[in-house]
Design a protein around this ligand. Sequence first.
Ligand code: NAD
Length: 445
Amino acid sequence: LKKEENGRIAMMTYDLKDITAEKRSELLLRPIIDSTEIIGRVTPIMKDVRQRGDAALIDLTAKFDRVQLECPTLKAPFDEKLMQLDPQTKAAIDQAYDNIFKFHDAQMDRDTLTVETMPGVVCTRFARPIERVGLYVPGGTAVLPSTTLMLGIPAKVAGCSEIVIATPPRPDGSVVPEVLYVAHKVGASHVLLAGGAQAVAAMAYGTQTVPKVDKICGPGNQYVTAAKMVAQNDTSCLVSIDMPAGPSEVLVIADKTSNPAYTASDLLSQAEHGVDSQVVLVAVDLTDAELAAIEDQIHIQASRLPRVDIVRQSIPKSYTLKVKTLDEAVSFSNDYAPEHLILHNDKPEELLPKIMHAGSVFVGQYSPESCGDYASGTNHTLPTYGYSRMYSGVNTLTFVKHITSQQLTADGLNRLGDTVMRLAEIEGLEAHRNAVAIRVADLRK
Ligand code: NAD
């Protein structure tokens, strides 16, 4: 059933009891992203940066961003004049910084895990920072201090020694002051004034002024995403990435107790991201009148938005699924594995134990996604496209790897030796068996 009378901004509506299993499966799918063509386009860009370094960065920035730079990088300490902010903006960034820092600092794995698996056999695990990281902050015209906070703070907390931030320059060739202010706060060593595949290549391979990094994180358009995938698969640059990325998405579960205006506002805050945003409302046992109240609010609030043109395209591609019970709602949400999940039902916190797949959950009517997007403390760089089944969002451990160690005493080796020798023998690895055998022979003399 499609409701779009008289230019009304409305979502499609389905009822779980009326649709087939095939249709339910179809509703769980995201639009197919074919990256082959984009990879074909980014590969020569990356090769150019790899071969010509800064000169290629300058040419590509002139071509794609229409900005002629003399030097593509700013090196710390950054000029204070380039990060002048009005007091309210600075206070808002500072408060967001403090909350995000507090939550991410608490995630840091500072203790060595030590387990004596059997007498005389001690295994440990400890964390070390990934030394050099590259953080991509999208958007030449957009102002995105929030993404800079969300990537920079966990990298700082983890103890990364080199933080490089890449962001497309503004039309006048400068960096967004809010982004530079956050770059300064998180201790970035370089800001690279470039976007797209060329920025990713510069960080993956290094240039005359851009340090090569070990891991590249952050959201971006299809060129950025494709370039991260290409870099990750190129063993010559030995770089890893945070996660695959697709368009942003939200799933909202609402029941009779939900406030229709709040529910609509949360759906729209996602829908305004882009024409490809995915917005899903799962309505639990709502009457037609109750659902209409939400739909009216969607239309009324959307019509007032400056980005109404984007919403006009994203909302009709979105849908409402009517279900009878909360269990049906949770089951659908878990199958969908949303990036953002908002719970507008009665006693929402009681639903959390049943949530199996989601990037981040927003619990109750006073927890809009906007708070997590900016300032509550959680990270907003989250797995999309159903990848929340197996990926976490960016967090402090994104910038850390773990090393294990073991130490055996003579007694420990004597106890474990026969097991290891037997397993090595089964696998036909005689040198492995022998490395234990020569020691055990001495111990058993
Ligand atoms: P972007 O920084 O990702 O990309 C801009 C760059 O793309 C330009 O610098 C240019 O070099 C390159 N480019 C443009 N056209 C090109 C072409 N034809 N060939 C090669 N390269 C080209 O900024 P954007 O395009 O505004 O996209 C931002 C993306 O980031 C959106 O998809 C948005 O949804 C996402 N985003 C996500 C978050 C988050 O945290 N999840 C936050 C903000 C934005």
